[in-house]
Design a protein around this ligand. Sequence first.
Ligand code: RB5
Length: 146
Amino acid sequence: MIGIGNDHAAVELKLAICEHLKERGIEFKDYGIGEGEKIDYPDAAEMVCRDVVSGKLEKAILLCGTGIGISIAANKIKGIRACACSDAFSAKYTRLHNDANALCLGGRVVGPGLACELVDIFLDTEFEGGRHQRRVDKITALENKE
Ligand code: RB5
């Protein structure tokens, strides 16, 4: 199950991504807000990321105006590896090398077509493991030192 969260700067993008996930038959839970509602991006990040960390969700898709604020907030939660992306290479390699579990996109940065491609790449790419596992373990060790 994929969780999707958004603030008020990314409602349209959220709707486009939900539509795309439905078309692909991918199960998702929409934690986000709709048109006319407001939420601060750290709150949107927290709701979804808590469920990733607890194992209820496999991955998160997080949306704000830039994708950056919500990625900074998400990365404060132990166990979350969130990446703000606007290009295919980053979406692919953050899965291959970082085992990212949250993809963050900006509703004011990427259009719906590119966003859906980035979502597909992110969801369809497996972590490579090997030497990258050691590095991801070091990220976890850094979290545990805090
Ligand atoms: C909200 O206006 C905006 O600041 C937020 O969506 C995001 O872009 C922050 O990084």
